[in-house]
Design a protein around this ligand. Sequence first.
Ligand code: GLU
Length: 482
Amino acid sequence: MEIRTRFAPSPTGYMHIGNLRTALYEYLIAKSQGGKFILRIEDTDQERLVDGAVDVIYNTMRMTGLKHDEGPDVGGDYGPYVQSERMGMYMDYAKQLVEKGEAYYCFCTKERLESLKESNAEGAAFAKYDRHCLHLSQDDVQKNLDAGMPFVIRQKMPDTGTTTFHDVVYGEITVNNDELDDQILMKADGFPTYNFANVVDDHLMHITHVVRGSEYLSSTPKYNLLYQAFGWEAPTYVHLPAVMRDAQHKLSKRHGDKSFEDLVNEGFLVEAIVNYIALLGWSPADNREIFSLKELEETFDMSGLSKSPSIFDIKKLTWMNGEYIKAMDFDKYYALAEPRLKAALPNTTLDLKKIAALLQKRLETLNDIPRLVDFFQTLPDYSTELYTHKKMKTNDEIALSSLLAAIPVLEGLTEWTEHSIHESMMELVGTLGMKNGQLLWPIRTALSGEPTSPGGAIELADILGKEESLRRLRIGVEKLQK
Ligand code: GLU
């Protein structure tokens, strides 16, 4: 049997991390077994519709490489793949259930249903429907329909016994049937409820594995009963625990947690985000952590899914992101770094590639770039305390004599390259009988005006050029002479 999974996002305008993880697992479940991954847009909740929200979904799929085999934009044999375009087909399915005695027309008014809630002994917001219309005779039903009375169609739940289903992550789940409400399948406006549409859609699209958040776990017995009522084979259920912000709270965009786009805008690499979220609820057989999407496709196995909720740890993602940046092919990295360097260093003649190369080993996110390169543009007004460094064995006095000795040597260089600067400074260290750090630390400090910098004295001097380097060294001397 071919494995078929589907990602069924509602277009909300952003990609929640939990949803992206669902999409990733669906993709991996299919691809690890040579199956198909389908995209279905669930846009029937008109109130939640946002302009451009569907594009967010397509963009995310494209950026992450979660390529769908079927979907609204690529077509397929089981379309339409946009739920709002499927609206005409559900009534017939609901009527089939009515004929089988698995569903029934309900003509109860809003007022009656409201009063049911009120008369509910516990005063709970939710009261089971009292099945008032279940016992209408066929004639009465027909009369009401002929009179054009508004109606809904409800699923008839079994009165006794239990419903059991198996979930790949949560194991066997059993509920008492008498706890199940006769839920509405078709609404008075003629549209299906989500609970009905998703079952019909999944069946018609031949979905073999339904992967979704654990918030759907409590509805699954009803879905399962619908499959049974139709005489359809139920899919394999894979419910995923929530992704948490901390031990108590789910990740929530509304409460300020970041979406996929937010993370990308903050300088995280798409590959690192995908790698990181793969591990939010799944672990490989060994302790390996770094996986490309391709490697995940080869390694992923549903037995590694866990039912304990995982906490989204931005520190861990940041670490992983740094590892990805370090390991990246330089040209690919430079393509991402260049716009940020240009924005941080406008109108510069400095060699941005050299700066980028210095940064590659030190970046955790691409957005660290401006902060780390600012000093190339403008020398900050720094305190001479920076010249004192215990490990480098320097203090103000040593720094001053080092800078005074270095300036004429550097002035005399006819060729300004990393090599020539390095040679001349090493020679000077020998002449002065100092430690390398005692000469180089003060130079690095004077060139950057920062306590730390990407690159040491030689690299910074090379990038800044002769004139600017000497200007900065002289400023250093002035500061130290005050
Ligand atoms: N449209 C639903 C959501 O975004 C999908 C749930 C499902 O996967 O069935 O939550």
